[in-house]
Write a protein that binds this ligand. Structure first.
Ligand code: AMP
Length: 567
């Protein structure tokens, strides 16, 4: 397909801010799209492979600027200067090509195949000489692009397409294009997308109008799925009211989530961001092989760290560094040991269990796991109708240094990717939120050179809304915890605009913060502000879309008001 055709769609989508219009543009595009062009849909989302794939474009701003400089024979410094003026590097590229390239514009037409072909080579390149090779692959594309195409090519490279489409728009567009917006069909499409994480596959079946076949799209061993998420309730009583009786109650372990896949002798570990973490946790692989029966399975688990001497369970921060670590794995494994707490099973011996009730899944789980405390256990659980027993269990969980409890409806199915009302979390009142960094400011005095104040945002329907600034809780020295230096290095990769000391940052880095109070505020786009926010941890295991939503913030605000009234 001609890239110019896709660019037309990008432009139409960016020009229309209304969701219904965006859906229509997308639906029309999908109707016209030939099956053999289905991989264009990855580009449509600013990607080169399906969502489940680990291979990402991975081009830094610096490299994009270098390529642009080379393709247009412009000085890099000039481009950086323009970038600071205009903000969006895509627009800088568009302008540059317009003024510089007219005379050299060759007769090549850029196709989506060519783009996919070149961009897919990028993640394969590593080591010596790889930067040069990457540069030439990118420059080749840039030199055959028109100015408008360059804008989107550069944005694709830095993974910031800015066309404002959400997952929900895509599922609605598919439904509109092929099933006349039928509500049932929309649900089936959504579920097929959540299970496969592959838009092209779902498109191909939907285009044929085959709902039954869409229903059969299933989870597969070796391919990560989005996990099921919990909702919050205030206390055990509220949990019983929502779920009925009896319910399963489990310890809520404070670690991070891993989906454990096994087929024959192959164990693969995926985070909830669909990233492969197998290499980082060799002992998890070993324990699963030794202590879980079955030829093939997919387990949902929480990995918790404990002190190697005292065996006391540690909060998430203690082991968070293991998730992304590529070196010294053996050393880290001994220093920061972990226990696997398995709480669900979604596939067993060749069959998906996601449509089976929790009661059945948890029974299978208990049968196949041989508990070995400090290695692997089935999550501590009781099934009860009795609120008193449930309260006692909750207290015991807290005494055992865990975060709280989860309450689960026995009849409920497993819904990948959904925050469901049949799995509830209960924690003692703690004022903490997971938020995302979307901006920052360079420091002064002894913090010069570091980003030192960070703009936090919550999530609302595809948008990130500001809710405060944090600088407290971050350390000046690297040894003491997360430092300004470390954060600055991480965030620099994601800077998309610079204005003086202030920078705008691509929403990538999820952090946990505590606060003293939520106030209404006209200053921030969320309408709320955190008083005395304090940074507590980086959450490399969490997705940008997993952070606190505006409605959760509102709920916490209301709850705090109620407590003032009565407390
Ligand atoms: P939160 O992170 O506060 O949204 O709480 C939900 C998370 O608790 C899940 O995503 C899991 O990572 C974790 N978790 C810990 N223990 C359990 C359990 N027994 N069942 C389900 N999730 C659990």
């Amino acid at each position: 397909m001609l890239y110019s055709k896709l660019v037309e769609i990008y432009e139409a989508l960016s020009a229309n801010t209304k969701r219904l219009e965006k859906t229509k543009i997308l639906a029309d595009f999908l109707k016209d799209l030939h099956e053999s062009d289905k991989e264009v849909l990855y580009l449509m989302l600013g990607q080169i492979y399906p969502e489940y794939s680990e291979k990402k474009i991975g081009v830094s701003h610096q490299l994009a600027i270098k390529a642009l400089a080379k393709a247009t024979a412009t000085n890099e410094k000039e481009i950086v200067k323009e970038w600071k003026n205009i903000g969006d590097i895509g627009k800088v590229a568009e302008k540059l090509i317009k003024t510089k390239k007219q005379s050299t514009l060759d007769s090549h037409v850029l196709t989506t195949e060519k783009i996919l072909n070149n961009l897919r080579k990028l993640p394969e390149l590593e080591g010596k000489g790889s930067v040069e090779k990457k540069l030439s692959l990118i420059v080749e594309l840039l030199t055959s692009a028109s100015s408008l195409e360059t804008k989107y090519l550069i944005r694709t490279l830095i993974e910031d397409l800015r066309i404002g489409i959400q997952d929900s728009t895509i599922k609605e567009a598919l439904s509109q294009a092929f099933f006349d917006k039928d509500k049932e069909a929309t649900k089936i499409i959504e579920s097929a997308l959540d299970k496969s994480n592959d838009l092209a596959v779902v498109f191909k079946i939907a285009k044929k109008g085959r709902l039954k076949e869409l229903e059969k799209v299933s989870i597969e061993i070796g391919k990560p799925i989005k996990v099921m998420l919990a909702q919050k309730v205030k206390n055990i009583h509220e949990g019983f009211e929502a779920l009925g009786k009896p319910v399963a109650i489990e310890y809520k372990y404070d670690g991070f989530r891993l989906l454990i896949h096994k087929k024959d002798d192959n164990v693969t570990l995926f985070t909830r961001r669909l990233e492969n973490a197998t290499k980082q946790f060799p002992e998890v692989v070993l324990y699963v092989k030794e202590y879980v029966k079955g030829d093939s399975f997919m387990l949902d688990a929480e990995i918790v760290g404990y002190d190697k001497k005292t065996k006391e369970y540690q909060p998430f921060q203690a082991i968070s560094q293991r998730i992304k670590r590529k070196h010294d794995i053996e050393k880290l494994k001994n220093e920061l040991p972990v226990e696997i707490n398995v709480f669900d099973i979604v596939y067993y011996n060749g069959k998906s269990l996601i449509n089976e009730p929790f009661e059945k899944r948890t029974a299978i789980l208990k049968k196949i796991i041989k508990n070995h405390p400090y290695k692997i256990i089935a999550a501590k659980q009781i099934i009860t109708k009795d609120e008193k027993k449930a309260e006692e269990f909750y207290k015991k969980a807290l005494k055992d240094n865990q975060e709280g409890v989860m309450m689960k409806k026995l009849q409920a199915v497993y819904q990948p990717g959904k925050r469901v009302g049949h799995m509830l979390k209960i924690k003692p009142e703690e004022r903490d939120l997971d938020l995302i960094i979307i901006g920052a400011e360079y420091g002064k005095g002894k913090r010069v050179g570091w980003l030192s104040s960070f703009i936090l945002a919550c999530y609302d329907n595809g948008k990130y809304l500001e809710i405060g600034k944090v600088g407290t809780g971050i350390k000046e020295k690297t040894e003491q915890g997360v430092s300004f230096d470390e954060l600055t290095k991480k965030l620099k990769l994601y800077i998309i605009e610079e204005h003086g000391r202030e920078v705008r940052i691509k929403p990538k880095l999820v952090v946990s913060v505590t606060y003293q109070e939520i106030q209404k505020s006209p200053t921030y786009s969320s309408g709320f502000a955190l008083r005395f926010p304090r940074f507590t941890a980086l959450r490399p295991d969490r997705n940008p879309s997993d952070i606190a939503t505006l409605s959760e913030v509102k709920k916490d605000y209301e709850k705090q008001k109620r407590n003032w009234r009565y407390g």
